[in-house]
Design a protein around this ligand. Structure first.
Ligand SMILES: *Cc1c(COP(=O)(O)O)cnc(C)c1O
Length: 399
């Protein structure tokens, strides 16, 4: 079948007609247990009644007015985000990469507004992922993503993710800040240690740098806390959010302290669609649910249940699963066979998962997943592993 879509994605030959909570129903009627959540986006699962109701009501009132005017729904969402985080101020965008673009610009502008216009460089980390725009690709520094797209944007210095001495060496007179994901999602669900993050905070304070966290994947309950930084005891100055914030509707956000944002005055940044009433209605609906008493406690309990079951599966299939990693419901299985084969075997059992770097398969169930659904997923995982163990050896494969 020919497609007129740019072939930029390696898609599975599978399409869905509708979703219900943690389930997706394919166009052929088959039901799949969705442990992708649209890559950590559908935190409340599919067709959550509160989100459906809020978005439907807003669609009928106003979709878009632009940032020429005040947007009360956005003022409310920003106020709520600031109330539950370190931040004082929020810029709304439409995606993770845009949230990071705002973050990068803010870090640079802060130094310029502090009388240090030469300080524009940002320290980032090997294995990071910050998006697919030219600046965020440069920040992420992945060779395979940068290849063929011309000169790499200047201003990022990459160092290994656990090496505080390397960070110290990388700090120079032009350094403006440090940008890191508290858990590297795309990079293979690699948790950055509390001690390392604390070290970064101290270096930032000592050298007058801003500390920016990319919480596009870890934010909005994914780790069992509302924000990943709350698990670490380390508070950033700037934080990028996106993925789960809209529950499936595209939103990005850059949160910051008043001090960090002091350079971002009227006219310094903008977005036509950013913070439109529909996106803001979706974001407020997601917060209504995630901030309700007991919601995050339940995510943490579910996480413990999932991790215990996964430890058993790892023991039973040690030749396939090397490690279970991650926090909350951001879980990675480091597998011994090529990750694509593992994801395919799970899909054959109607369990949907996402590959990540470092040969890791990510399990990203919606935060509303039940223990019964997790038990179901574990059975599917068990069957997929057994099928992989029993498959005939490949032609020409060694051993
Ligand atoms: C997904 C992701 C991004 C990019 O988000 P887009 O919405 O695809 O632009 C940036 N940072 C992290 C940590 C992500 O997981």
């Amino acid at each position: 079948m020919t497609s007129h879509l740019l072939p930029a994605y390696a898609r599975a030959d599978l399409a869905f007609e509708r979703g219900e909570g943690a389930w997706l129903v394919a166009t052929d009627g088959e039901r799949y247990l969705d442990f992708t959540s649209g890559v950590a986006v559908n935190a409340l699962g599919h067709a959550h009644p509160h989100v459906v109701q809020a978005v439907q009501a807003q669609v009928a009132k106003l979709l878009h007015v632009s940032n020429l005017f005040r947007i009360p729904e956005g003022e409310r969402l920003a106020e709520r985000l600031c109330e539950v985080s370190f931040a004082d101020t929020v810029f709304f965008a439409n995606s993770g990469a845009e949230a990071l673009e705002a973050t990068i610009k803010m870090v640079r502008k802060y130094q310029s507004a502090s009388g240090n216009p030469d300080r524009y460089r940002i320290i980032t980390f090997e294995g990071a992922f910050h998006g697919r725009t030219l600046a965020t690709l440069a920040a992420g520094g992945q060779k395979k993503n940068l290849e063929g797209f011309g000169p790499v944007m200047d201003g990022f210095d990459q160092v290994p993710a656990a090496d505080i001495e390397a960070v110290k060496r990388a700090i120079g007179p032009q350094t403006a800040g440090i940008l890191i994901e508290p858990i590297m999602g795309e990079g293979g669900v690699r948790t950055i240690s509390q001690a390392f993050l604390k070290g970064l905070r101290e270096l930032c304070d000592k050298h007058g740098l801003l500390l920016a966290f990319d919480e596009v994947q870890t934010g909005i309950g994914r780790t069992g806390e509302l924000f990943g930084y709350q698990r670490t005891g380390v508070t950033p100055d700037v934080m990028a959010l996106a993925k789960a914030l809209g529950g499936g509707f595209p939103i990005g956000a850059c949160l910051a302290t008043t001090e960090a944002a002091k350079g971002m005055t009227a006219g310094t940044h903008g977005s036509t669609f950013g913070g439109n009433p529909l996106a803001m209605a979706a974001g407020n609906a997601v917060l209504d649910v995630v901030l309700a008493p007991g919601f995050l406690d339940r995510v943490r309990r579910t996480s413990i249940f999932l991790k215990q079951r996964l430890a058993e599966i790892k023991d039973r299939h040690a030749s396939l699963i090397e490690e279970v990693r991650g926090e909350g419901l951001l879980i990675g299985l480091k597998v011994t066979i090529p990750y694509g084969e593992f994801v395919d075997a799970l899909r054959a059992e109607k369990l949907l998962t996402v590959a990540a770097g470092d040969n890791v398969v990510r399990l990203l169930p919606p935060l509303i997943v039940t223990e019964a659904e997790i038990a179901d997923a574990i059975e599917r995982l068990d069957r997929a592993c057994t099928a992989l163990e029993n498959r005939p050896p490949k032609q020409g494969a060694a051993g």
